[in-house]
Structure formats: structure tokens, C-alpha cells
Design a protein around this ligand. Structure first.
Ligand SMILES: [Zn+2]
Length: 277
């Protein structure tokens, strides 16, 4: 089925509607009821929880506890004093919806742990293989491809306050199509830009705003640290891109930004918030 993601010519096998209904009932039943059976565990070599723990492990080849689709949210909160097999886990997304593609309802290649926002808020019933007009499209194969290096964040000073703008810079045209699908399905652009709407506050909570030299030094240090721990903490990947873009700004623009950040701090030097805490 993975060929369907990346090959625009590849098509799913036509299944008569009457068979489709029964197939959907069967795979839904198997998905819900068979994963804990001893025989299934023996055949797979591991339980679903084992698989999830392996996928979300901090160290490679684990992908970490940050959602691999959006990098904006934890897969699931971890609790102290709780055994690995009793920890909460993220939902497994059917990349191709089980209602429309029941033949892939229990295909391991079709099941990816993702965060609740990607699963329950952004994607919903959207189809990775067809746009809203029903036209065939391609998408990233999440098991071998990713968006790294194809999206940048820029600071736009044209508005009243500086705003963060998402810029896609894919090289081949096929990557542009995949990026467009990824963003249309999971709404990543508006989620990342939304996180930094109050840019000066988001920077003030993380950077040293005392003077320009300290500001620049902290940007460089944080860019490195956020990148290093991009799979540990939500938004670290995007913070890293944001700080990389700051490092490309002229000193006059940086100083303008620093003054705004400084103003976001209260007289005691703590970041002002609107929550009364
Ligand atoms: Zn996500």
C-alpha cells in the first residue's frame, strides 16, 4: 500500500460495494478485538504496546515522544512511577481511513502513532490520496520521508508587530505536492504560525533580552539546544527554525525585536502573561 502514497498512478483495487461493507466489518472487528490475543502477539512478535514503546523511544531508531507529523505536540504524556506497559499511548491513525479503504484497516504500514490534535482536530475524515475536489494526489510516505529542510520560518516586519511566516522551499515539484497534502490534511502551517502569534512573548520566555549581544548569543545557543532535543519536546523543531531565521536578520531588525521582547517582560524581569500567574 505504501506505493499509493508516492505514486500518483498507483490505484487501489476496485472492490464491489457489498464486499466492501463486509470487509469493513471484518477489519474493524479484527482491529478492535484481536490485538491482545496470544496467537496474534506470537505471530507479530510483540504487542501493540511493545510496538508503541519501540516507536516512541527517546533514542534512535525510536522517533521520540513528539508527534512525527506536526512536531507541535507530545504523542502522549508520560507519568512517573508508571511501568512502560501501563503508560498512556497515542492513538494509532489509519493513514488511509478504514471506512474508505477497509482492505488496509489492519495493515501495519497504515497505522501510525500521532498526536491527538493531528488525529482528532486536524485530519478527521480527510483523505491523503484525494483532495477535496476528489482529485488524486500524493503525500509523504511517513515511514521513509519527511519535511525536514523543506520548510522555513521567516520574520515579517511589514505588519504592526513582527509576525512569523511559514515558507515552503521544496526542490522537486513532487515534494511541493507532498508538502501541500501534508499541510492541507494536518493544518501544520496555521498551527505553527499560531504558536508564534505573540512573537515577543514567545521569544522573551526563552531568550536573554538585556542587550543586543546577549540577545544574539542566546539565540545561537537556543537554536542549537532546540535542534538537539527536537524529538524530546513539542515545538523544539519549529523553535530551532525560528531561531535560525533570527540569526539571518540584520542587527537593526534584531534590536527592534529585542526591544519588543524586553517590553514583554515585567519590571521584575519575568515574562508577563495574560493568565494572572
Ligand atoms: Zn501531531
Amino acid at each position: 500500500m505504501r506505493q499509493l502514497f508516492t505514486d500518483p498512478i498507483a490505484a487501489t483495487q476496485e472492490i464491489p460495494e457489498a464486499v466492501n461493507v463486509e470487509l469493513k466489518n471484518l477489519t474493524t472487528h479484527l482491529f478492535k478485538n484481536s490485538s491482545t490475543l496470544t496467537g496474534i502477539t506470537q505471530a507479530c512478535g510483540e504487542t501493540v504496546k511493545d510496538h508503541y514503546n519501540r516507536y516512541s523511544a527517546i533514542h534512535p531508531p525510536g522517533n521520540g515522544n513528539v508527534c512525527g507529523i506536526c512536531a507541535t505536540e507530545q504523542l502522549a504524556q508520560r507519568r512517573s512511577g508508571v511501568a512502560a506497559n501501563d503508560q498512556w499511548r497515542a492513538p494509532y491513525d489509519h493513514l488511509l481511513a478504514k471506512e474508505k479503504y477497509p482492505q488496509f484497516g489492519i495493515d501495519p504500514d497504515n497505522l501510525l502513532p500521532i498526536c491527538n490534535t493531528c488525529n482528532s482536530k486536524a485530519k478527521l475524515a480527510k483523505d491523503l490520496l484525494h483532495n477535496l475536489a476528489g482529485q488524486r494526489r500524493i503525500c509523504f510516505d511517513p515511514w521513509t520521508e519527511n519535511f525536514q529542510g523543506q520548510v522555513n520560518l521567516q520574520i515579517d516586519f511589514q505588519d504592526i508587530s513582527p509576525i512569523v511566516t511559514w515558507v515552503m522551499s521544496p526542490q522537486p515539484l513532487t515534494n511541493q505536492s507532498k508538502l501541500t497534502t501534508w499541510d492541507e490534511v494536518y493544518r501544520v502551517k496555521e498551527r505553527v504560525e499560531g504558536e508564534f502569534l505573540s512573537l515577543e512573548v514567545k521569544l522573551a520566555e526563552d531568550l536573554d533580552c538585556r542587550d543586543l549581544a546577549a540577545f544574539k548569543h542566546s539565540i545561537a545557543a537556543k537554536a542549537h539546544a532546540r535542534k538537539q532535543f527536537e524529538r524530546r519536546t513539542p515545538f523544539n523543531y519549529w523553535r530551532h527554525l525560528l531561531y535560525e531565521s533570527l540569526l539571518r536578520l540584520a542587527d537593526t531588525d534584531l534590536e527592534q525585536l529585542r526591544i519588543l521582547c524586553h517590553a514583554a517582560l515585567d519590571p521584575n524581569g519575568h515574562a508577563a502573561t495574560t493568565y494572572g500567574i
